[in-house]
Design a protein around this ligand. Structure first.
Ligand SMILES: [Zn+2]
Ligand SMILES: [Zn+2]
Length: 91
């Protein structure tokens, strides 16, 4: 039986559920920011350690620990944009 990664209760097939990545499964109602309890979606969640956070609190967590390195997924996106923007190498 699949279990919610947060409340560790069973997630039934017909429960509204979120599977952010392999091995992680949440009730939709459990897929919330640990800090502000706002409902998260697959495009707005972030992990800080094993803490589930919204973007705002994810960034805040890094700012307070002074080790903000940017969200990896956003960083990647940015890098891709840079690649696209960069002039094609001349052969
Ligand atoms: Zn749950
Ligand atoms: Zn939050």
């Amino acid at each position: 039986m699949a279990k919610c990664s947060l409340c560790e209760k069973a997630v039934y097939f017909n429960d509204t559920q979120v599977r952010p990545k392999d091995g992680l499964l949440y009730h939709k109602s459990c897929f919330k920011c640990t800090d502000c309890a706002s409902q998260l979606s697959l495009t707005s969640y972030a992990f800080h350690g094993d803490k589930l956070l919204c973007k705002t609190h994810y960034v805040a967590a890094f700012q307070t620990t002074n080790s903000y390195g940017g969200d990896e997924r956003f960083k990647k996106q940015k890098d891709e944009n840079v690649l696209i923007a960069a002039p094609a190498p001349t052969a």
